[in-house]
Design a protein around this ligand. Structure first.
Ligand code: C2E
Ligand code: MG
Ligand code: MG
Ligand code: MG
Length: 273
C-alpha cells in the first residue's frame, strides 16, 4: 500500500540524513584541528585589466583532508563561521596575503592582494590589530591589501566605524558578490568602498538575459558616478569579456584568464615572461 511505501521511503532517507550529520560533525572537528595547526593552503586567482594585464590577485583558501579529500570552501567556510574556526583561518589568510604582497614588492612589481573576510571576523574587536599586525610582520603597507567583504558582513551597523578606521589605515575595501545578497545602495553611499565586484551570476546572464544586462549597466553607471572601480567576476568566455569591456568594467577575473593557482605558479607566470 501507499502507506507502506511511504514508510519505506522514510526509512530509505534516514541513513542519508545520518551520513550528512556525521560528515558535518567530523568536518567541524577536523576544521578546528587544522585551524590550530595552520592546515590550510591559499591559492590565488589573478585580476586583469581590459588589456589582460595583471592588476593583482585574490587569495582563496583550499582545504584538503585525509578522510574526505578536498572540501569546497562553499561547504566549510559556513562551518568555520559557526564554530569560530574562521578566526584562525582568517588570520592565516591575512598573513598569506601580506607575505605575497611583500614578495611582489621585493621583486619590483607591487600589486594589491585581495583577501576575503567573513562577517564574524569583522565583529571581533581585535580585527583591526590583527590586520595591521599581518602588514607590519611582512613589511607591507595596508594599501597593499584589499579586503573583500560581502553584503552579509554589513547587516550589523556596528562594523561601519571599523570600516572607516580600516580605510584610514590605508586598506582598500571591495564589496564582493554585488547584487546577490542583501543589496542596499546605501552601502555604497555610506561606506568607504573603492571597488565593487559584480557577482558571477550577473556575468553569466549578461549576454542572454536582457534584464541582467540592464542591472549590470545600471550598476556600472552608479559606480562610475560614485568613483568606484568595478570588477567582473566569473568571466568564462570571450563574448562575456568583450561585452563587459565595452560597457567599461575596469577589471576582470575568471576562468577565461586564469583558474585559481598556487602562489608560486603565479609568481613564475609574472616573472618569467
Ligand atoms: P568569492 O570570493 O566570490 O570567490 C570567487 C569564487 O568563484 C572562487 O570559488 C573561485 O574559484 C570561483 N571562480 C573564479 N572564476 C570563476 C569562473 O570563471 N567560473 C566559475 N564558475 N567560478 C569561478 P572558491 O575558491 O570555491 O571560493 C568560494 C567562496 O568561498 C569565495 O567566493 C569566498 O566567499 C569564500 N572564500 C574563499 N576563500 C576564503 C577565505 O580565505 N576566507 C573567507 N572568509 N572566505 C573565503
Ligand atoms: Mg572574493
Ligand atoms: Mg566574489
Ligand atoms: Mg561570487
Amino acid at each position: 500500500t501507499a502507506k507502506e511505501q511511504g514508510k519505506n521511503c522514510l526509512r530509505m532517507y534516514e541513513p542519508q540524513i545520518e551520513e550528512g550529520a556525521m560528515r558535518r560533525v567530523r568536518l567541524q572537528s577536523l576544521l578546528r584541528i587544522d585551524a590550530e595547526r595552520s592546515g590550510f593552503s591559499f591559492v590565488v586567482q589573478p585580476k586583469v585589466d581590459a588589456q589582460r594585464q595583471p592588476q593583482g590577485a585574490e587569495l582563496l583558501v583550499r582545504w584538503s583532508t585525509r578522510d574526505f579529500g578536498v572540501v569546497s570552501p562553499a561547504e566549510f567556510i559556513p562551518m568555520a563561521e559557526q564554530t569560530g574556526a574562521i578566526e584562525l583561518l582568517g588570520r592565516q589568510a591575512l598573513h598569506s596575503a601580506a607575505r605575497l604582497a611583500a614578495e611582489l614588492g621585493r621583486r619590483g612589481r607591487p600589486m594589491p592582494v585581495a583577501v576575503n573576510l567573513s562577517p564574524r571576523q569583522l565583529l571581533n574587536p581585535s580585527f583591526e590589530r590583527i590586520a595591521l599586525h599581518a602588514c607590519q610582520r611582512h613589511g607591507v603597507l595596508p594599501s597593499a591589501l584589499e579586503l573583500e567583504l560581502t553584503e552579509s558582513a554589513l547587516t550589523e551597523s556596528a562594523v561601519y566605524p571599523l570600516l572607516g578606521r580600516l580605510r584610514r589605515h590605508g586598506f582598500s575595501l571591495a564589496l564582493d558578490d554585488f547584487g546577490t545578497g542583501y543589496s542596499s545602495l546605501s552601502h555604497l553611499l555610506k561606506l568607504p568602498f573603492q571597488k565593487v565586484k559584480i557577482d558571477r551570476a550577473f556575468v553569466a546572464e549578461a549576454l542572454h538575459n536582457a534584464k541582467a544586462g540592464v542591472v549590470i549597466r545600471g550598476t556600472l553607471e552608479i559606480c562610475r558616478g560614485l568613483g568606484l572601480r568595478t570588477v567582473a567576476e566569473g568571466v568564462e568566455t570571450d563574448e562575456q569579456f568583450e561585452l563587459l569591456r565595452s560597457l567599461g568594467v575596469d577589471e576582470f577575473q575568471g576562468y577565461l584568464f586564469d583558474r585559481p593557482m598556487p602562489q608560486d605558479d603565479w609568481l613564475a607566470q609574472l616573472f618569467t615572461c
